[in-house]
Design a protein around this ligand. Structure first.
Ligand SMILES: *[C@@H]1O[C@H](CO)[C@@H](O)[C@H](O)[C@H]1NC(C)=O
Ligand SMILES: *[C@@H]1O[C@H](CO)[C@@H](O)[C@H](O)[C@H]1NC(C)=O
Ligand SMILES: *[C@@H]1O[C@H](CO)[C@@H](O)[C@H](O)[C@H]1NC(C)=O
Ligand SMILES: *[C@@H]1O[C@H](CO)[C@@H](O)[C@H](O)[C@H]1NC(C)=O
Length: 351
């Protein structure tokens, strides 16, 4: 049964993201429009029937979804910019139908993105039920160096709130097959990454005291940058574990696909079941765009090398000239005068 709440949320979200995308940020159009797809998966409208724990507010909810989509897309494109699959948005629908490694990354990063957007909004006092900014929540701790930590529990409260709410909003309770279990596992792994102790908790400080002497430093803990979370999810992607179902009707646990692999699957691991599509060649069926026309690096030995990225098809070079500042001189007083020069830039493209 789909609650009216969920149906309205999906409808408004689609309307919101559609308008929002068309109005401006074109590059996020595809991810925006696909975001509800991550929640629905195979069955249309399989949103969680459990309402979110913050006061239901359509504008706020859709903005949170939009923000989540934006940061998740940026992180994905950044992490995959030099890989054969470059996180191209136009194939999300095809890719999310598989339970491959890339899909595990997508589910994890979108789920983490939503948790992060909610946590950030919570810590900035934008969500009513989130009590982060109440004055009696402040904890002061004085040290010899007079450092005051403000709202010490705000960041961790916001993160906990973001994780709980993302879990509720993205939970799919309409399916129970292997792929569903894998997707739910990866969503949880992504969210949990916000709490990972390998992330440096950002602390931002402001100085107080006579004439900027910084006699008293007031610091507040911040939510980790999403970029750092993206990097951690990328590490998990590189070590993702292939799994299968143990075919036990009572437990339905995920176990390693290769039974000789005695590795324990933890809730922080990303898991997948199907092999990745071949991303070298264009294949509309599997969602691969191929790597023809991608920029590669002739001198690199990494994943962006022309050999790897172009799948040994070879590459072509294009020479362009760009205008740069050059022969700059210091002119008395106080100016810097430059000439403009033409700089030769050679770019390699995959055949
Ligand atoms: C929802 O919020 C209420 C109070 O605002 C709290 O008591 C309750 O534990 C929360 N529920 C969940 C599942 O987070
Ligand atoms: C969405 O992101 C923008 C830009 O970072 C921010 O200004 C805005 O407050 C965010 N919205 C919510 C609801 O958190
Ligand atoms: C990814 O690669 C495709 C196909 O080569 C290209 O069309 C697209 O612009 C690339 N996307 C990004 C974000 O770099
Ligand atoms: C590759 O390396 C060679 C020799 O080190 C250098 O001359 C050339 O400019 C480099 N090419 C690129 C694209 O960086």
């Amino acid at each position: 049964m789909i609650s009216l709440h969920a149906a309205i949320l999906l409808f408004l979200c689609l309307v919101y993201v559609e308008n929002h995308c068309i109005r401006g940020e074109r590059q996020h159009k595809a991810s925006c429009l696909n975001f509800p797809y991550f929640m629905r998966q195979q069955t249309p409208l399989s949103y969680s029937t459990q309402p979110a724990n913050f006061t239901f507010n359509n504008a706020l909810t859709s903005e949170l979804l939009y923000n989540a989509s934006r940061i998740a897309t940026d992180a994905c494109e950044q992490q995959f910019q030099h890989q054969q699959w470059n996180c191209s948005l136009s194939t999300f629908n095809k890719l999310t139908k598989r339970a491959s490694r890339e899909t595990s990354f997508l589910f994890a990063i979108y789920s983490a993105g939503l948790a992060h957007s909610i946590a950030a909004a919570c810590s900035r006092g934008l969500i009513e039920n989130c009590k982060c900014h109440s004055t009696n929540n402040k904890i002061y701790r004085m040290t010899e160096r007079e450092v005051i930590y403000e709202d010490a529990s705000c960041a961790s409260n916001s993160i906990a709130f973001g994780i709980t709410e993302s879990r509720k909003m993205l939970h799919n309770d309409k399916e129970n097959d292997l792929k569903w279990r894998i997707n739910e596992h990866n969503k949880e792994a992504g969210r949990k990454m916000l709490n990972s102790n390998v992330l440096n908790r950002q602390v931002s400080c402001q100085c107080h005291g006579a004439s900027g002497a910084c006699a008293i430093k007031k610091c507040a803990q911040q939510i980790p940058f999403f970029k750092a979370i993206g990097q951690q999810i990328m590490l998990k992607y590189n070590n993702a574990i292939q799994v299968q179902s143990d075919n036990n009707v009572f437990s339905s646990k995920l176990i390693p696909y290769h039974l000789e692999n005695l590795q324990e699957i933890t809730e922080n691991d990303l898991v997948y079941n199907q092999p990745s599509p071949n991303f070298c060649e264009l294949d509309k069926h599997s969602g691969s765009l191929g790597t023809r026309g991608r920029i590669c690096s002739a001198n690199s030995t990494g994943s962006d090398s022309c050999g790897k990225l172009c799948c040994n098809r070879g590459y072509s070079e294009k020479t362009t000239f760009i205008t740069v500042s050059c022969r700059c001189r210091f002119a008395y007083c106080c100016d810097v005068k430059c000439e403009s020069c033409q700089k030769k830039v050679v770019t390699q493209f995959c055949n």
